[in-house]
Ligand binder design. Sequence first.
Ligand SMILES: C[S@@+](CC[C@H](N)C(=O)[O-])C[C@H]1O[C@@H](n2cnc3c(N)ncnc32)[C@H](O)[C@@H]1O
Length: 457
Amino acid sequence: MNAGDIVILDVEKLNSEGAGLARKDNFVIFIKGACPQDRLKCKITKAKKNYAEAEILEIITPSPFRIEPKCKLQKVCGGCVLQHIKYKEQLNYKRIIVEDTLYSILGEKVTINNPISSGKDYNYRCKVQYPVRSRGGKLQKYNTRLYAGYFKPGTHDLVNIKYCPIHPAICDEIIEFIKTEGELLGISGYNETSHSGELKHIVLRLSENNGDILVVLVVNLDDRMVSNKFNLLAEKLSKKFDRISGVAINFNPQKTNIILGKTTHLLTGFDFIEEKLSDIIFKISADTFFQVNPGCANIMFDYIKNYISNNFSTPKLLDAYAGIAAFGITLSGLCSAVTSVELNTHAVSNAIETIQQNSITNISVIASDSLEYIKQCSENFDIAILDPPRKGCGEEVLKNILRVTKNTIIYVSCSPKSLAQDLKYLLKNNCTIESIQPFDMFPNTPHIENVAIIKIN
Ligand SMILES: C[S@@+](CC[C@H](N)C(=O)[O-])C[C@H]1O[C@@H](n2cnc3c(N)ncnc32)[C@H](O)[C@@H]1O
C-alpha cells in the first residue's frame, strides 16, 4: 500500500481517536470522519509498515448510523469528532474502543459493560477553555481582532468558534461579548510564536445547580502588570450578564501549554461556583478539578455509592487524587473513616469548607502528593478510590496502594490507555477485575470515563 493509492474501504469500527478503522491486504487503515458500516472511496495519505491513513473521496454507501452533524465546524474543529454518528451507536463503539485498548495492552479480552449514557448529548459541558489569538483588523477603531475557539486537530491553528453545541448557549454569548468589548478596550490576543499579546485563554465554569458562571481571563502578564482594561472588561461582563457571579484574572506569563498560572486575582464578584453532587453543595474555584459533565458525574457517583453500600459495612476509605474530595465527602456517610489526599491546595481548601459546612466529622483531607502520602502511610484501608490525571497512577503508587488496602480498588479513569497500563500491574500482583463500567461523560467526542472495580486477593 502506498500514499496516493485509491481504495474502496468498509469501515468496521472506531479507533481511540474516533477515526474509522478499515482493513485491506492485512493493513489497518484509519480514516478521519468515517462512520462504522460506511463503504468509502478513499485516498491513502500515509503508508507505514503495518498501518495507513486515508482521506474520504466519496461516501459510496453511507452507514445507517451516519447523521448530519449539528455543528458546521465539526470537520475543522478538533472538539467533537463523533457528531456525525447516532448517539446510541457512539456508546456501542466506545465500548469497543475500551475493549480494544485493554486487549492491546493486557493481551486478553476483558468484558466491558455497556456504557451508561450521559443525561444530555449536547449542552452538557460546564467548563469551557478557549485559547485566544489576535489578527490585524481592517477597522481602524480596533487595534486587533480577538479570536477564540479550539485548535484544529494536531495543530495550534485556531478555529474561531461563535457557536458550539457542546456547552450551553450562554457561553457563546459571553465569549462573543469578551471578544467585542476586549477589542474596543485594546486588549490584544496572545501570539504563541513571539510570546507576546495579553489574553491567552478564556475559561468559563458553569454551575448546573444554580446557573452561576465564573469567568477567568488568563493573561500573559505577571501579577504586578495588571492593566485597568481587565477591570473595565470585568465590570462590563458583570453588568451585561446576570448569571456571571464572578470574574477573575489568572496570571500565566510562562511559555507553556498549561492553561492556568499559579496566581489568580478576583476582579468582581466571587471566585468560585457551587455545584451539587449526591445532594451536597461543593465549592469549585477557578483552578480546581471538577467533572465537566455534572449530570453524568451524578450518575457515576451514585453507581459507586450503591456499590459500596451493597458490598461493605462502614468501610475505611482512602480517596487518592481527591480534588475537592468529591468522592470522600459524598461517601463519608457510608464509611467509618475517610482520608482524602490531593496536591492542589485550593482544592484542599474547597474540600475543607464543604466538610465544615456539612458538619462532617469522619474525614481528613491531606494536602500532599499521593505517592508521598501513601509511601509513609501505616494505616489499613478497606477500599481505595483512585482517580488520577490522564497519565494514570504508575507502579510505585500502585505498589503502595496494595500495601495499605485490604479489599477493593475503585479506579476511576478518563484514559482507557493508562487504565490498561495500571491494570496490567495490578493483575500481575494478585488482583482481579470484577467489572469495568464506562460512563459517557463526553458525548460526541471519542473520550469516555471508566470505573473499574478491582478485587485484591
Ligand atoms: C481526575 S482529577 C479527580 C478529582 C476528584 N476525584 C473528582 O472526582 O472530582 C485528578 C486530581 O488529582 C490531583 N493530582 C494530580 N497529581 C496528583 C498527585 N501526584 N498527588 C495528589 N493529587 C494529584 C489533581 O489536582 C486533580 O484534582
